[in-house]
Write a new protein. Structure first.
Length: 217
């Protein structure tokens, strides 16, 4: 038989949630307790409203997650290398004439041009600034919110190294492998420039130089 007496319903809600024996349980647990002893139309809605309006629960419950910050609009660049994203690939085997063990990945937000800079994992901020200046000769801005660009390029670099770089001495260069991952960087950058992006239907070199545009008269 369904309950219709509101006073009785309120008593059941109180007994299933407020008393010391149940200790102001969560909404889910309160629903379970009510379901085991009674039923009335829209009882789940009543339980939810009772829980949401429980003053003691609202004061005692603490949020376990971090508060959301304010949304920030990231400025889009108007020219190549106006904004660059950067990240590091580390734990690489020694490579190059200086036994590099890391790679700095730079992605131009405007053109999606990608540059891979062999380096050492213990580089300081000054060391990093110097190699960026020498390679790009441009001011860059770092936005951690958009590191997805560099993450995708890092995956590409790691895939190339796994496919074409032999970590052991059992495979020789004549087998199509190289033991020095640094030698892969120039070819990888060149192939990246020749690829067309589906969203823009232009290769990277065309976006940088402005070539390949449709001629209109």
């Amino acid at each position: 038989m369904a309950l219709t007496d509101r006073n009785l319903i309120n008593t059941i809600l109180h007994e299933c949630h407020d008393i010391v024996a149940v200790g102001h349980l969560s909404e889910e647990r309160t629903l379970e307790r009510v379901e085991t002893c009674s039923w009335w139309p829209n009882w789940k809605k009543d339980v939810s409203e009772y829980f949401q309006t429980c003053d003691r629960c609202q004061k005692a419950n603490r949020a376990t997650g971090k508060k959301f910050g304010m949304m920030i609009q990231i400025q889009e660049p108007k020219f190549p290398w106006g904004i660059a994203h950067m990240d590091w690939v580390t734990a690489l085997p020694p490579g190059g004439d200086r036994s590099y063990n890391a790679c700095l990945v730079l992605v131009d937000r405007y053109s999606k041009n990608t540059i891979f800079l062999p380096c050492h994992k213990d580089y300081t901020a000054m060391d990093t600034a110097i190699i960026i200046w020498n390679k790009v000769i441009s001011h860059t801005a770092h936005h951690p919110q958009t590191d997805g660009l560099t993450e995708r390029m890092i995956q590409t670099l790691e895939d190339i190294i796994r496919r074409f770089c032999a970590y052991g001495l059992g495979l020789k260069d004549s087998d199509g492998f190289t033991h020095d991952w640094c030698t892969l960087i120039p070819d990888l950058e060149l192939k990246r420039q020749k690829l067309k992006q589906a969203t823009r239907r232009k290769s990277l070199s065309q976006r940088i130089s402005g070539t390949g545009e449709s001629q209109r008269t």
